[in-house]
Write a protein that binds this ligand. Structure first.
Ligand SMILES: [Zn+2]
Length: 251
């Protein structure tokens, strides 16, 4: 959703003609992204456990960069709800509880029954076209290893439905709810479950296109239950040692 939001490209050089690929982005921005991506991978791959402390100084030493860059990376991760920043205590890998995830899904089930009804009622040809375009993208990405990207796209399907029919409040609430579970989804959703989830989106959209509100509601309810059940709520033990978790992968 907002991976770039925190890193304004203030360092972009205008002098060079742009090559087709690998344009020399501002090195600072590059490092921020690299560190953010490395920490994300360490979390997804269970090398860093929920609750692990992320010490700026240690991370800076591991990557040989300034603490400012590390701080920027941590800010970015906090925006994605993967990291929690605590005043005077520092940064930690977020720790969404199982209860919290279950509550989020329960609220989503309620809200999204309404969403389906409203969408069925209001959606225009253009809205369906936009949803189909999103699904195309989703299906292309879902099988790949880019776990963060696919998690985001799967969530965006729901948010986009609300946006398309102009319900900004619902879109915002859904987006927030989905983000709250991002860590759990990232860590515990298999790529098979992600593919399955996307296939369910296809079926939901099909029901909506035939304006079968009853079927669409049933499918949405089943989809949210399936998604919740596909997450394994059993965190494996991981390293609390930053050097062990990050250093070997820093190159
Ligand atoms: Zn979904």
């Amino acid at each position: 959703m907002n991976a770039k939001a925190l890193t304004p490209n203030r360092g972009r050089q205008a002098a060079e003609p742009k090559p087709a690929a690998a344009a020399p982005a501002a090195p600072e921005q590059d490092s921020t992204q690299t560190i953010a991506a490395a920490i994300t991978s360490a979390i997804i791959e269970h090398r860093l456990a929920p609750g692990a402390k992320l010490t700026e100084q240690k991370i800076a030493a591991i990557y040989g960069v300034s603490r400012t860059l590390v701080r920027q990376a941590l800010f970015q991760l906090a925006r994605d709800h993967l990291v929690t920043l605590e005043p005077a205590r520092g940064a930690f890998v977020s720790q969404p509880s199982v209860e919290e995830a279950q509550q989020v899904f329960a609220v989503r089930r309620m809200l999204e029954q309404h969403l389906v009804e409203e969408f069925c009622d209001k959606a225009t040809t253009a809205d369906f076209r936009a949803m189909r375009a999103h699904l195309k993208l989703e299906q292309a990405v879902v099988g790949r290893v880019d776990v963060t990207g696919r998690t985001r796209l799967l969530g965006d399907f729901h948010v986009l439905m609300a946006e398309r029919i102009g319900n900004a409040v619902l879109a915002q609430i859904l987006s927030e709810l989905i983000s709250r579970c991002a860590l759990i989804t990232l860590m515990y959703q298999s790529s098979r479950a992600a593919q399955h989830s996307s296939d369910e989106h296809v079926a939901i959209l099909k029901a909506l296109e035939s304006r079968d509100v009853k079927l669409a509601k049933t499918l949405m309810e089943a989809h949210l239950c399936e998604t919740e059940n596909s997450l394994l709520y059993h965190p494996r033990t991981s390293s609390a040692d930053l050097t062990l978790a990050l250093a070997a992968y820093a190159a």
